[in-house]
Design a protein around this ligand. Sequence first.
Ligand code: DGL
Length: 267
Amino acid sequence: MDAPIGVFDSGIGGLTVAKEIMRQLPGESLVYFGDTARVPYGSKSKKTVCKYSRQIAKFLLTQKVKAIVIACNTASALAMEELEEMVDVPVIDVVQPGARMAAASTRNNKIGILGTRSTIKSGIYERYLHKINPELTVVSKACPLFVPLVEEGLFEDRITEDVVGRYLHDMKEYEIDALVLGCTHYPLLRGVIGREMGEDVKLVNPAYETAKTLKDMLKENELLASGQNKGEHKFFVSDGVEQFLSFANSILPYSVEQTTVIDIESY
Ligand code: DGL
């Protein structure tokens, strides 16, 4: 089926998931929406994030998407159930695949979770992880300064090293051996985070397992794109086209020539 897949995030973070989908499903077309006017979601309430997610889902449905990927941990944590009820296409989140990957990665049953304030406060990773294995020790840490550092492009910078060092200081005492990058912006800081935690700690990026879950779901429901052609992608934002374009082109293995601004509040 040649309809596109809708992918959304509060901003550029979801491009780390889009990139993995493009790699695992090169024949699929994507419609990406980055809510660049209303980022960050990570400090907002469930009510607000649900409202934003509903508006975005409505917009994506106007693009005739065959499935929606919530490429944002915060929206996955707060709005997944609501979106599943609202739309009649399959919805894939990033938290359940991330939890599965983390549980499969740990050897000593000690897992760390990094995320936005709202994701960590929701306790969603702990719930999924304890469903998989009640014996797991899970340590969580909200890292609210990571998203602005990424949005400013400070992937490798002394300020980033300072902030990462400060947030991860306590985490190191728990001897975790797997650390979930539980916000789709964070894989862009994996160099600094990896150096801080050391090579014995496996960094878990939920994007890989999310794309795999999407692929399995499309296969099962006979929704895979039919042709041999490469997918064609469209990009939409709610503000700041220039900044988004330069980010998209630095992150994606694909040249993004056009991005369209839409008035998301009208949906
Ligand atoms: N990238 C998003 C996440 O995965 C949200 C970051 C934000 O908007 O605060 O949580």
